[in-house]
Design a protein around this ligand. Structure first.
Ligand code: WTA
Length: 660
């Protein structure tokens, strides 16, 4: 039975604990259904009410949704606000000034607390510093930072002055960074001398220098360097500045730049099915609204909570559930610099115990690798830690297999914490389909039901609704406030990728397959339906990796497919044809290593193929099309049972069977 078949038959149901239901913001299924009904009845009214109740507007909006230029939807268009004001100043006014905003734990275990008043001051000083460099509303600023308070400060400071940030994950290579700088047309880069993870120091500033040295980045006027380790890094006179110098002598207050609700808060690059990463553009008003509502609904956030999202600010999860959502609702959150396995694989559990974390949000890959570690070493087993502070658990980024779900539920939640399996995407801005912890009966491996106001459905290739029980394409039928607004600089690609004509141009296409349970209507995500891979929750395009491989001068052709992996969900398997004879034995191993390192340089270490197989050719149809379907079967190590009669060169399959 395939994994999906197993999932479809998953019938264990776990009801939220009665105590949780009693105190929950959305308490019980009737409350959930009533909210869904309100949204159905008066869609715009529903969103307008929440936008008025949750955001502080400098100038109130009068129009909720403008669909006249669909799919370029506009929300709260004539309203004005500032995201940083809503996240910081509002807390100062609400009596939260001395409340801890961030509990920062460094890689080496050192802890530093930052209150809302302190965070506000640091953001204001830095915002003034950015202004003093001439950075202004509408400018794009790249943030290439380690997990740090300063990373959050950088993002908030951009928001404060109306500059659009584009955070690039610290694991991306110089080449990837350069491409993003050019595409965004950024005027400055905010970075650090080094990042520290798992006891290792990794250069960030040196990578920025390398990226800028590649050319095409002449628009960058300044590089601002946060000194994390005080490592000796090269500073280009007139261009590079230390963050502390940018902050020095700046005023501790900074009048926010009031922007229109649709003003682009950020651009975040993500992988699509074609080669070039897409700059997903998000708004200010609609985005922040959903960040807040999902903090309240999905995470049931309360003033007594210690919230911890383990994502990196380089991904969308770190944007919505570290840099914006928790601050906008005045929560106290843990921000962690390091990795889950250092100094040992008990680090997460130790930190939950130490900080009395109440809500813990992480990725299935992390859970799976910690299950393995706990099995191997009793000292890092969660049973060795006091996890009694926890009241809610969450997962994100990839499907969670029922076994990992059960382990998480039993060993971390001690069968007393609901698990919210949150399905969403860079493009959706926040959660879309997820259990509500005080309402929805949970089923391991299913993200259950859409949040109120999210009109998710499963349709066939022509956009028609499919009955429950039948697998199809996941779509969203109505625009929602935090949705992607466009692809930066490429509106046509935005339309084609997400609102294709085949579906009438009106349905948002998530790129995932899904099936709904016959009885409950619960959604289960069956995986991507395009050429996007999900390795450890990191999104990567197969074409992106193929382009990187063929950019190497010894490579003639390459095809990349995903292969199921016990820990990382999927792993990358590359089939490569060299310009020279097919290598075997040690030589093949050597070249495979060189190509892996090459990909790490072209994209980043996260894109390194786990497996590389060499062939004299790739399986192709007579018209020259590579048959990836067959490559997927080969990668899994399964026998080919499909019809191969249309293949030009069936003999090649035998050769590609062998892993090196
Ligand atoms: C996958 C991460 C199953 C899905 C927030 C989606 C999931 C892609 C889940 C987006 C989940 C995310 N269950 N699959 N709970 N969450 N995915 O843009 O394939 O990095 O399209 O956003 O991850 O990845 P992205």
């Amino acid at each position: 039975m395939s994994d999906i078949e197993t999932l479809k038959q998953e019938n264990r149901i776990f009801n939220p604990p009665a105590e949780f239901v009693k105190n929950a913001t959305i308490s019980g299924m009737e409350a959930y259904k009533a909210m869904c009904a309100e949204a159905e009845r008066d869609y715009e009214g529903f969103w307008a009410r929440h936008a008025r109740e949750n955001l502080e507007w400098h100038k109130p909006f009068t129009k909720t949704l403008d669909e006249s230029n669909a799919p370029f939807y506009k929300w709260f268009e004539d309203g004005q606000l500032n995201v940083s004001y809503n996240c910081l100043d509002r807390n100062l006014k609400n009596g939260n000034a001395d409340r801890t905003a961030i509990i920062f734990e460094a890689d080496d275990g050192k802890v530093a607390n930052v209150t809302y008043a302190q965070l506000h001051e640091r953001v204001c000083r830095f915002a003034n510093g950015l202004k003093s460099l001439g950075i202004k509303k509408g400018d794009r600023v790249i943030v290439y930072m380690p997990m740090s308070v300063e990373g959050v400060v950088a993002m908030q400071a951009c928001a404060r002055i109306g500059a659009t940030h584009s955070v690039v994950f610290g694991g991306f290579s110089a080449k990837s960074l350069q491409e993003r700088i050019i595409d965004a047309g950024a005027v400055a880069v905010i970075t650090a001398d080094e990042q520290v993870r798992g006891g290792k120091h990794l250069p960030l500033k040196a990578i920025v220098d390398e990226a800028l040295g590649m050319g095409g980045c002449e628009v960058i006027k300044n590089v601002i360097v946060y000194q994390r380790t005080n490592a000796n890094v090269g500073m280009v006179a007139g261009r590079d500045l230390k963050m502390q110098d940018v902050l020095a002598n700046q005023s501790a207050t900074c009048e926010p730049e009031w922007v229109d609700a649709e003003h682009p808060l950020f651009i975040l690059y993500t992988s699509g099915s074609t080669g070039k990463p897409k700059g997903v553009q998000h708004s200010s008003g609609g985005y922040l609204l959903w960040a807040m509502l999902t903090m309240k609904w999905t995470f049931d956030i309360k003033p007594t909570d210690i919230f911890w999202c383990t994502a990196d600010i380089g991904w969308v999860t770190g944007h919505t559930y570290i840099a914006y959502g928790p601050l906008a609702v005045g929560a106290t959150q843990v921000v962690f610099e390091g990795v889950p396995t250092y100094p040992n694989a008990g680090r997460f559990w130790d930190m939950i115990q130490k900080h009395k974390t109440t809500i813990f949000y992480t990725a299935p890959t992390a859970i799976r690798s910690l299950i393995k570690a706990a099995d191997a070493d009793a000292n890092v087993h969660p049973s060795k830690y006091d996890l009694s502070s926890l009241r809610l658990l969450g997962t994100v980024g990839e499907p969670i297999n029922p076994e990992a779900w059960m382990w998480y539920y039993r060993n971390i939640g001690r069968e007393n914490c609901p698990i919210v399996d949150t399905f969403w995407q860079t493009e959706t801005g926040g959660h879309m389909i997820t259990p509500l912890p005080g309402a929805t009966p949970m089923v391991p491996g299913s993200c259950t039901l859409p949040l109120p106001g999210i009109m998710a459905a499963v349709v066939d290739e022509t956009g028609n609704d499919l009955p429950n029980g039948q697998g199809g394409i996941l779509v969203v039928k109505r625009p929602w406030p935090s949705m992607i607004r466009t692809i930066w600089g490429d509106p046509e690609r935005f339309k084609k990728s997400y609102f294709p004509e085949e579906f009438g141009g009106k349905l948002y296409l998530a790129g995932d397959g899904s099936v709904r349970n016959k009885d409950t209507g619960n959604f289960t995500i069956t995986g991507r339906i395009d050429d996007v891979l999900n390795v450890s929750g990191h999104r990567m395009g197969t074409m992106e990796i193929e382009s990187a491989l063929v950019a190497n001068q010894i490579v003639a052709e390459a095809a990349v497919v995903g292969k199921p992996d016990e820990t990382t969900g999927e792993s990358i398997c590359a089939f490569v044809v060299l310009k020279r004879a097919r290598p075997t034995g040690d030589e093949a191993k050597q070249i495979a290593k060189e190509l892996r390192d090459w990909v790490a340089k072209e994209i980043g270490p996260i894109a390194k193929p786990k497996e590389i197989r060499f062939g004299d050719n790739l399986p192709k149809t007579r018209s020259g099309k590579i048959m990836r379907r067959l490559l997927r079967v080969l990668a899994k190590g399964e026998e080919i049972t499909q019809d191969v009669s249309t293949l030009e060169n069936p003999a090649i399959l035998e050769q590609l069977k062998q892993a090196q």
